[in-house]
Design a protein around this ligand. Structure first.
Ligand code: SAH
Ligand code: SF4
Length: 383
């Protein structure tokens, strides 16, 4: 038997079959109906046909019109001539020793994006990207050193979930026991700087005629774009995670320049408002631990005080820093990290330490995309 290099899964034959201008993926029900009308399908049928197509794409995972057996052959031919429902080119499909998976996909304009799947005992989390690169320049983040190339379209955001479920064999959509049970917008990019596209993609993913993922199972992580936090609560209603990372404005502005625009007080007021909206749940505060920067006992106490002063129902997610080539920070010692966590925990707030997953396939926070590009460049130089 031929063995593949460790952690590498056979890659599907690269074929560019996702052409945004022809794709019906990423469109709302009424937009699909409108497209059908444009190709001459009788108007009174368009809504019903749009529903059928939608169900095939998002419930059954159809990748071609040929599969849509309850649509007449004649109409299918017309659809094939005009539209597509295929997938983008998959450049890499990797599996880590710990079961974490990563896909690198390439879109029609050559831009690439990474998606990570993290299986755990009680859930499977898909970490989705919202932009290629990021305009913000948080000092600890590798993505922040990349030049923003562009926002992802709704189709490209949704495509990450469709591709993951293709590979995991998760079609049709199961009602229970899903492999991809949770989505976190924690990949590359700042989702609130791509608000409209993220909103549209999330509404399609939540639609009960298709993927039907509950908004309680989706979390958006933001560095703190205050005005859009309010909009996110009102217009999307998914869970919110805040990359807080420091407890005073001086430190936060140093490591996260966005803090100069939206300082901690404004940010926490927006969080309090978010948590108070109907049906909202606890806010997650992400806190990266950087040695000698934000990891002291005083910092931990101040974090608890802030959460209590602003009366925010919250949990804290501690992320030990993941180093990358050229980064100027270090991960604190295990004892320091544990102490930080226990100070928060002892005051009644949950503060788990996020274990690093998928490091061997460069899938951990802050390791996305640029590394894969570099790796392939190296490979081609070796040839
Ligand atoms: N732009 C959004 C979404 C990205 S989420 C945001 O900043 O929230 C990615 C998470 O990983 C963020 O909490 C981010 O601060 C964190 N992160 C970035 N670089 C990291 C690194 N090198 N090590 C650990 N966590 C990192
Ligand atoms: Fe952008 Fe988030 Fe990285 Fe900051 S942490 S540079 S906002 S992706």
């Amino acid at each position: 038997m031929k063995t593949l290099p460790l952690g590498v899964e056979p890659v599907v034959v690269p074929r560019v079959i996702f052409n945004e201008s022809k794709s019906l993926i990423g469109l709302s029900h009424s937009e699909v109906a409108e497209k059908l009308k444009e190709i001459g399908i009788p108007e009174k049928q368009c809504r019903m046909r749009a529903q059928q197509i939608w169900h095939w794409i998002y419930f059954r995972g159809a990748k071609s019109f040929e599969e849509m057996s309850n649509i007449s052959k004649e109409m299918r031919t017309k659809l094939i001539e005009n539209f597509e429902v295929g997938r983008p080119e998959i450049i890499e499909a990797l599996i880590s020793n710990d079961g974490t998976r990563k896909w690198l996909m390439k879109f029609a304009d050559g831009q690439e994006v990474e998606t990570v799947f993290i299986p755990e005992a009680d859930r499977g989390t898909l970490c989705v990207s919202s932009q290629v690169g990021c305009t913000l320049t948080c000092k600890f983040c590798h993505t922040g050193t990349q030049r923003l190339v562009r926002n992802l379209t709704p189709a490209e955001i949704i495509m990450q979930l469709l591709v993951a479920r293709d590979y995991l064999g998760e079609w049709p959509s199961p009602s229970e026991g899903r492999l991809v049970s949770t989505i976190v917008l924690m990949g590359m990019g700042e989702p609130l700087y791509n608000f409209e596209n993220v909103k549209k993609a999330m509404h399609i993913i939540m639609d009960d005629n298709g993927i039907n993922l509950s908004r309680r199972r989706i979390t958006l992580s933001t560095s703190g774009v205050v005005p859009e936090i309010y909009r996110c609560g009102e217009e999307i209603g998914i869970n919110l995670a805040i990359s807080l990372h420091a407890v005073d404005d001086e430190t936060r502005s140093k490591i996260m320049p966005i803090n100069n625009k939206y300082p901690i007080d404004e940010l926490l007021k927006a969080c309090k408002n978010y948590a108070g909206l109907k049906n909202s749940r606890k806010i997650t505060f992400e806190y990266i631990l950087l040695k000698d920067v934000n990891d002291s006992d005083q910092d931990a106490h101040k974090l608890v005080k802030l959460i209590k002063d602003y009366q925010i129902p919250a949990k804290v997610n501690l992320i030990p820093f993941n180093p990358w080539p050229g980064s100027s920070y270090q991960r604190p010692s295990k004892t320091r990290i544990d102490k930080f966590s226990s100070i928060i925990f002892n005051q009644g707030i949950s503060a788990p330490i996020r274990t690093t997953r998928g490091e061997d396939i460069l899938a951990a926070c802050g390791q996305l995309k640029s590394e894969s590009q570099k790796k392939r460049k190296q490979k081609s130089q070796e040839k």
